[in-house]
Design a protein around this ligand. Structure first.
Ligand SMILES: CC(C)(COP(=O)(O)OP(=O)(O)OC[C@H]1O[C@@H](n2cnc3c(N)ncnc32)[C@H](O)[C@@H]1OP(=O)(O)O)[C@@H](O)C(=O)NCCC(=O)NCCS
Length: 140
């Protein structure tokens, strides 16, 4: 995570703040995975997290819209990320926002082997669409 914010990585982070406090964040930077960079995915979504109580209200969508707008301003046209294969929730989210699976890998960790899938956006434009803009904030 810290490496994602090194000067070489040109990392940036986004926070959604609502009246009750922050409900989610996302971070982006230059693509760190050589294989994905070689496939043309120049940027990486390095993290995205929405509080459980705030999920399915458009917060994640709004975060990726801001992240994509930032990446476009930085000259990127595409982005990709790695997600655990078993993280069905996140995979449905990326697919709903127009990403497609582009690679798989196994990460060997002490005592376990993690299966991961890379999702990519060849074009960031769908993330910028206006319908992706607004989180549905709770009524007050
Ligand atoms: C993945 C995550 C960021 C999605 O954030 P979110 O704010 O709940 O997503 P949104 O409300 O913006 O959802 C946008 C669309 O994605 C899809 N989607 C999101 N969550 C989904 C789920 N649990 N099941 C199926 N589809 C889902 C839907 O199509 C949704 O649109 P809809 O609600 O109009 O049907 C959130 O679930 C999360 O933080 N998970 C835990 C952390 C995590 O796994 N991060 C990714 C690590 S790689």
């Amino acid at each position: 995570m810290i490496a994602a914010f090194s000067p070489e990585n040109a990392g940036s982070a986004f926070l959604v703040e609502e009246p009750g406090g922050a409900t989610g964040f996302a971070s982006v930077g230059k693509q760190r995975d050589r294989g994905l960079a070689d496939k043309g995915y120049s940027a990486e979504i390095t993290a995205i997290y929405v509080l459980q109580a705030a999920q399915r209200k458009g917060v994640g969508r709004a975060l990726l819209r801001e992240a994509a707008a930032h990446l476009r301003r930085a000259g990127h046209r595409s982005a990709a990320l790695w997600v655990l294969e078993k993280n069905a929730k996140a995979r449905r989210f990326y697919e709903a926002l127009g990403a497609r699976p582009i690679a798989t890998r196994q990460e060997v960790r002490p005592g376990t082997v993690l299966q991961e899938v890379a999702y990519g956006w060849d074009d960031l434009s769908p993330l910028l669409a206006s319908h992706a803009a607004k989180p549905r904030l709770p009524k007050r």
